[in-house]
Design a protein around this ligand. Structure first.
Ligand code: UGB
Length: 587
């Protein structure tokens, strides 16, 4: 009361909420009135921010937390009463007729889409000091993830507009950032002229952290470094839905006739190879929700996409984390749990967390929920009595849990693609990656880069080029397949049919080769490459024909140790550096 003079009417309301919700301890250690007034004001500003950035405000956050903490203490199974089954979806084979026609449909739809990159995570597991989107996806050209994503969106925009016979439509590109990533993301964009995109086309939405909880009563935790602050932690990528809703962007998009919103993660260098066909599937099958997926070995450590049907008739198609799927199956009449079927894979496809939502039904749903996503809590208890925590916890949410509130009539499906084509995230540091059991994916900077060369090599093979077999090499303790280092700009080859149309005759590429295609209208004909070839295009649309034999010493991969701090971090985390000995350039 003695501090009331510091408060605006809005702040008074907030204090009332805190006191009613059993949070008086937050004020216990405050200094006398007149002391630390600036800090006290900052406290109220923080509370106001925490209140306004959460759907339903702080009272709702505390109430939900109490419920979830009670369920967690009681050991309640979130899937109680649900029986799992395999949902319906589309399984694609790269390059066949149906794939090609889905890709064609997807490119046509792209001008009605908006792209949303969730990039608020710091990537603790990767341990990289910078933001992850600034990491090179591959070091042959040094293109970073953000540049690659933006160039793909621009290429899609151009191709989609061309098919529609116009040139004006701009595909909106949203990046969700957090306090951990925001400033550096802005700097990366600004210092690179937005990688060719118009600045007005890019929107950044910053997610706020949420209050930490000290006990089962959901008492908010005081920041250990400042008694006038509440301790906060990230709430998870599920925030993207509430942010998009409250930003007003969804309505704007709907009003200009957009139909799709695509969500994707920060470090998957392959993703856009899977986007055109998946978007084509969404449009053809009229999916309200389409999750991109890859074949998944039974018990493999990625979530499985599952239909859950409740005894009371409710039903949903949702990602079930791998550690929950096997016990759920065993408890519901499948004594063998999660096992491979005759295809050699689990019948439950593996979620790679790239979602395509149809905008109309999405807005309709968010108008009801405000974008709130079903949350969970994961407290680390001190002992089996589950009465106190080792450290404060908080509620979390995941973007793939969006379908949990949808009515059963919602059309929720999935699209399965080959892993080599669609999924190679960079999540693990070299040390942890080297410990991954043999045969399982490393998901490191090393494997992420090699996966790009492999996918490009396999695509060119399918297009008729003789690409040599890879060799096995070990970098940072990880055994990887090293294919020829082939890269191209998205505008050169967005879809399989486009790539095929740019290759003819008898082309061959040896294993030690590097091929960098920078131009758009580049045609490879009877090319025999053994070394390094860089194809530029002086003018944007200039046609370049690449023919004949190219032979030189080329570029080699030189091992480096990730512990060698004299080497830049983004290089040493992959365990090799490219030694550019000799190359030929064509224009
Ligand atoms: N992210 C945010 O934008 N904000 C946050 O608060 C947190 C993250 P991680 P995670 O691909 O195999 C996901 O940390 O969450 C962004 C799925 O949940 O890389 O452990 C962050 O910047 C899981 O089901 O992954 O696991 C990044 O772009 C599985 O699909 C993205 O969210 C797994 O990814 C993912 O964050 C996977």
């Amino acid at each position: 009361r003695k501090n009331l003079h510091l408060l605006s009417p809005e702040h008074v309301e907030l204090v009332k909420i805190l006191l009613e919700m059993g949070q008086s301890h937050l004020f216990e250690h405050w200094a006398e009135p007149g002391v630390d007034d600036n800090e006290k004001k900052a406290f109220f500003d923080q509370v106001a921010r925490l209140n306004s950035s959460y759907p339903g405000g702080l009272a709702s956050y505390i109430k939900t937390a109490r419920g979830l903490l009670a369920d967690s203490k009681a050991g309640k199974n979130p899937f109680d009463g649900f029986t799992p089954s395999v949902p319906t979806g589309e399984v694609l084979t790269f390059g066949d007729d149906s794939f090609v026609s889905f890709e064609d449909r997807g490119v046509r739809e792209a001008r009605k889409a908006a792209f949303v990159l969730v990039a608020g995570g710091l990537g603790e597991r990767l341990g990289y000091n910078g933001i992850k989107v600034a990491l090179p996806a591959e070091t042959t050209t040094g293109t970073c993830f953000l540049q690659s994503y933006i160039e793909y969106v621009l290429a899609l925009q151009e191709a989609s507009n061309r098919l529609a016979g116009e040139s004006q439509t701009e595909i909106p590109f949203v990046i969700m950032t957090s306090d951990d990533t925001h400033t550096r993301t802005v700097e990366l964009l600004e210092s690179n002229s937005y990688f060719g995109m118009k600045p007005s086309q890019v929107k950044l939405l910053k997610q706020e952290k949420v209050a930490c909880l000290d006990d089962n009563e959901a008492r908010l935790a005081v920041d250990p470094h400042n008694k006038y602050r509440i301790q906060t932690k990230p709430h998870g990528h599920g925030d993207v839905h509430a942010l998009l809703y409250s930003s007003g962007l969804l309505k704007i998009w709907h009003n200009v006739g957009l139909r799709w919103v695509l969500f994707f993660q920060d470090t998957n260098g392959l993703l856009f190879k899977a986007i055109p066909a998946s978007l084509g599937v969404s449009a053809t099958r009229e999916y309200h929700v389409n999750s991109l997926a890859v074949p998944r070995k039974a018990k493999e450590a990625i979530g499985g996409i599952t239909r859950l049907t409740h005894a009371d008739g409710r039903s949903m198609v949702i990602n079930v984390e791998y550690n929950q799927l096997d016990p759920l199956l065993r408890a519901t009449g499948f004594p063998d749990g999660d096992v491979n079927n005759e295809t050699g894979f689990s019948p439950f496809p593996g979620n790679i967390n790239q979602l395509i939502l149809e905008l109309g039904p999405y807005i309709e749903e968010l108008s009801k929920t405000g974008g709130a996503i079903k949350e969970f809590v994961n407290p680390k208890y001190k002992d089996a009595s589950k009465t106190s925590f080792k450290s404060s916890t908080r509620l979390e949410c995941m973007m793939q849990d969006y379908p949990k509130t949808l009515p059963p009539s919602a059309r929720v499906g999935f699209t399965v693609m080959d892993t080599w084509l669609a999924y190679a995230p960079v999540k693990n540091n070299p040390e942890d990656a080297a410990k991954v059991p043999k045969g399982n994916p490393y998901h490191s900077a090393t494997s992420g880069e090699m996966a790009i060369y492999r996918a490009n090599s396999c695509i060119l093979r399918k297009a008729g080029v003789q690409v040599a077999d890879p060799v096995e090499q070990v970098f940072n303790g990880q055994e990887v397949e090293v294919w020829p280092r082939i890269t191209w700009k998205p505008k050169w080859g967005l879809t399989f049919s486009e790539i095929k149309s740019r290759v003819s005759g008898n082309c061959s590429i040896s294993q030690r080769s590097t091929l960098v295609i920078k131009g758009k209208n580049v045609h490879l004909k009877d090319l025999s490459l053994d070394g390094t070839l860089i194809v530029n295009a002086a003018a944007e649309d200039a046609e370049v024909k690449v023919e004949g034999s190219v032979q030189n010493k080329g570029w080699t991969l030189e091992p480096v140790d990730y512990k060698d701090t004299s080497v830049p971090e983004e290089i040493r985390i992959r365990g090799f550096r490219i030694n550019k000995i000799e190359q030929e350039e064509r224009n």
